[in-house]
Design a protein around this ligand. Structure first.
Ligand SMILES: [Zn+2]
Length: 302
């Protein structure tokens, strides 16, 4: 697969370049229409490549992201995307055929505090996994492409694409364990799972088991990003955020209205395809999340 990486990078470099350029143009929190369109384009391409809607590498279309072979292809693709956004992609092999992909965006100011923004890249068996969770990966990468362009960040951020969520949060547990082993000060963990279904068109999201302050953070981010929809709070534990909470880290899960009756009917099925994804909704929520990250990495009061 290594020989195909150059070709892959060329084919997506234009979209990435436009996105990075657009991120540089507006002020810190102002998001213009052109940047918005570029984000949607960028995310559509990621979701299509991850789900067989487009080739992920020459001649390769994925039917799911379950087998070791398919997940290896996905890791190479995600790493090449991070690379093209200006990151130094890393791998965390934690067991045979289990490996997270991640990148560190260091603070520009002195800081020993860390934020984690993550989503899982594996899918359920025989499901293309567009909603679950190619959308989460596209949200993480969309936010990463913006945050890398900021001139000042007061905290370090890990962008992580977790492996094996569907097998019991295996990848996120391994990543949380690594952070704990390194005795890092983790101040906030945000994980995204299923962010592409909005049949009622209200663009509402759910915050799952938010840590103290997370709801207020998203209310503030909503003002900044022009997001005017509802922020529901639920007690849904079934995704990667739980892996961090169990080790005592402040965590929150972000999802579509999973508990409030507006969620994909195709979950874990062959019908979870890219063309069921509401890309406008995904982009709007990504802007909200990136605004939350901007606040978290903004000036810290002494
Ligand atoms: Zn999921």
């Amino acid at each position: 697969m290594n020989s195909t990486r150059g070709i892959l990078r060329d084919s997506c470099s234009t979209g990435v370049a436009v996105l990075v350029l657009m991120a540089l143009l507006p002020g810190r929190n102002v998001i213009g229409q052109e940047q918005s369109d570029a984000l949607e384009h960028f995310q559509r391409e990621i979701v299509m490549r991850l789900t067989g809607g487009a080739e992920i590498s020459p001649g390769v279309r994925l039917s799911d992201r379950t087998s070791p072979e398919n997940r290896a292809v996905v890791r190479d693709y995600l790493a090449s995307l991070l690379d093209s956004l200006g990151f130094d992609p890393q791998r965390q092999p934690y067991r045979e055929n289990g490996e997270n992909v991640y990148a560190l965006l260091p603070a520009t100011l002195q800081s020993d505090e860390y934020i984690v923004l993550g989503a899982h890249f594996d899918s359920a068996r025989q499901s293309p996994g567009a909603n679950d969770d190619a959308t989460g990966c596209a949200a993480v990468l969309g936010a990463a492409s913006y945050l890398v362009s900021l001139q000042e960040r007061s905290r370090n951020i890990y962008f992580v694409l977790f492996d094996e969520e569907e097998r019991g949060l295996v990848g996120s547990r391994a990543f949380a364990g690594m952070l704990q082993e390194e005795e890092l000060t983790v101040v906030a963990v945000h994980t995204i799972d299923q962010m592409g279904w909005d049949a009622d068109g209200d663009q509402a999201i759910e915050l799952e088991l938010p840590y103290t302050g997370a709801l207020e953070l998203y209310r503030e981010a909503a003002k900044v990003s022009g997001y005017s929809s509802q922020l529901h709070v639920t007690e849904e534990p079934g995704s990667d955020h739980s892996a961090f909470r169990r080790l005592g880290m402040p965590a929150v899960g972000l999802t579509e209205e999973y508990r409030n009756g507006d969620t994909t009917p195709h979950i874990h099925r062959p019908g979870d395809t890219w063309d069921t994804v509401d890309f406008d909704y995904l982009a709007a929520v990504t802007r909200l999340i990136q605004s939350a990250m901007v606040i978290l990495t903004g000036p810290v009061s002494p």
